[in-house]
Design a protein around this ligand. Sequence first.
Ligand code: HEC
Ligand code: HEC
Length: 242
Amino acid sequence: MNSFGHLYVLTVAGALLLTGCNLAHGKPGQDSETVAPNEITDFATLYAQNCAGCHGPEGRGGAAMALADPVYLAIADDDAVQKATAGGIRGTAMPGFAQSAGGMLTDKQIDVIANGIRSRWGKPGILEGSNPPSYFAKSVGSAAQGALVFKTYCGSCHGPDGRGGTRGSAVTNDVFLTLVSDQSLRTVVITGRPELGAPDWRGNVPGKPMSEQEITDVVAWLVSQRAADARPTNSTSNYAQR
Ligand code: HEC
Ligand code: HEC
């Protein structure tokens, strides 16, 4: 992820250098093909330059989850996508892109990206009739209940204690839990990682969708497995810490 950050900085620096050259040669504005980085308003370009390194080309997923996931976009509203993009997610690899958060993008560019993600990759109505869980936790989770929920819905792939199984990696080790926010755990429990074969909340046990409370409880249990000194600073209060 670091190397991507460097690449990004280099790319931007390169673009600035080019602009500088044009000016030095006394031909400002003549080269209509060189658009200043903060003037770019094409979604595909902005996405490719800023997001694809982690969320994958065309939003299909990479080190970070797929954004071209209509189930995700039906659960997370505009505000959630916009806020994460603008402000980043503290304590994780997700950087803030708005200038107010130390990023390089203008508010207009953030809008283009957030709106583009939804208009290109969303499918309005896709969850109609399926009583989808809420993006944010609505209640306080019980880690004790969550341990049982995990065995029922998750153990078949991640192993009964989450230490990894043949069909899913370890999700209770500190290396993983230190780098991930509580909300991201919830997001993944709800949406799965369809691009990697991880089912959404309806598909862990066929015919038995997880309830809102089961989702909240299993996240509380995952959070309780995180070492006390190793939690991202943005941990939400809905998940009791050990
Ligand atoms: C350096 C890697 C990296 C880059 C670049 C990156 N992301 Fe992320 N993104 C992440 C990670 C990791 C997470 C999960 C963070 C967490 O634990 O909450 C994330 C989370 C998100 C989320 C929230 C997901 C949720 O749970 O609701 C959104 C939305 C998002 N990214 C959009 C973007 C957009 C748009 C861009 C480009 C402008 C982008 N990201 C660039 C790594 C990255
Ligand atoms: C049918 C198998 C299967 C089931 C059931 C399943 N998962 Fe997964 N899960 C996967 C696969 C495959 C991945 C992606 C590759 C990996 O990390 O192993 C994954 C990824 C994850 C990740 C990491 C996502 C990331 O961004 O790296 C978490 C956290 C997770 N699962 C939690 C759960 C929880 C909690 C449950 C139960 C509610 C569950 N999974 C049920 C297969 C499964």
